[in-house]
Design a protein around this ligand. Structure first.
Ligand SMILES: Nc1ncnc2c1ncn2[C@@H]1O[C@H](COP(=O)(O)OP(=O)(O)O)[C@@H](O)[C@H]1O
Ligand SMILES: [Mg+2]
Length: 248
């Protein structure tokens, strides 16, 4: 599925990632943990093609496709999805129009014979998704993320995850700022999405989401490098001991 080899990334003058190797297979859930400023967001943003980051060397392949040659929207169409740590507010674009356009683009890319869904049909189609994620229907007419609370924004990211059904989901601190009920709803959404055909990379500070979404592998990133990897038990150990004790 996703293969990252020797990835080095900088932003401005700063070298952030100093050689990341990571392989994520279909059906797997990986988790990246690590202290503030370690380079976790830089990793997932670079995988998505964020323009602030320069890739100085390394390879990123998704099922044999070289992602580094693609624009962010092309990566999205190929099945890469990023749930942002800080989802942006976009004035002038309603949540409904955004979801409708993006959904149709993804579906047309997957299936050349797909006929674009019309607004009235899409409205019916997404209703069960809204109910499941406890997103009020009137949010659809609001501008994207405009005035949404932190937790509401995170739910909207999961709504997109479920609608676009990517191959690899990169979830950057999707659990932060959620109360217990919202965490359960979001985790349920992630678990519903999870299948043998896709893979998930969860970036988090806290072990608590891993009680709901069990990772197969846990990696600690420090100062731009993966310094230690383990299984689910390793995440629990990290919760107790923190990151200080881990060295290369
Ligand atoms: N666009 C950028 N320009 C300059 N420095 C950046 C940029 N993005 C991130 N950094 C720096 O790179 C380091 C890693 O940031 P980040 O990947 O956001 O860390 P994390 O998500 O692990 O907390 C930090 O020191 C941060 O200030
Ligand atoms: Mg971050």
């Amino acid at each position: 599925m996703l293969k990252v080899k020797g990835l080095k990334v900088s932003a401005g003058e700063k070298d952030i990632l100093k050689g990341i190797d990571l392989e994520i297979k279909s059906g797997e859930v990986h988790c990246i943990m690590g202290p503030n400023g370690a380079g976790k967001s830089t990793l997932v943003n670079s995988l998505m093609g964020h323009p602030s980051y320069d890739i100085s060397s390394g390879e990123v392949n998704l099922n044999g496709i070289n992602l580094l040659e693609l624009e962010p929207f092309e990566r999205s169409l190929e099945g890469v999805f990023l749930a942002f740590q800080y989802p942006r507010e976009i004035s002038g674009v309603t949540l409904f129009n955004f979801l409708l356009a993006a959904y149709n683009e993804h579906m047309c890319h997957k299936d050349k014979d797909f006929r674009r869904m019309k607004a009235f049909k899409f409205r019916k189609f997404i209703k069960p998704f809204l109910i499941e994620l406890k997103v009020p229907e009137d949010f659809l007419q609001r501008y994207l993320n405009h005035g949404f609370s932190g937790g509401e924004k995170k739910k909207i990211e999961i709504l997109q995850l479920k609608l676009f059904n990517p191959k690899i989901a990169l979830l950057d601190e999707t659990d932060s700022g959620l109360d217990v009920d919202a965490l359960k709803v979001v985790s349920q959404g992630i678990n519903d999405f999870k299948s043998k055909e896709n893979a998930i990379l969860i970036v988090t500070h806290y072990q608590r989401i891993l009680d709901y979404v069990k990772p197969d592998f846990v990696h600690v990133i420090k100062d731009g490098k993966i310094v230690k990897s383990g299984d689910y038990k390793f995440a629990q150990e990290l919760e107790q001991k923190g990151f200080e004790w881990i060295t290369e």
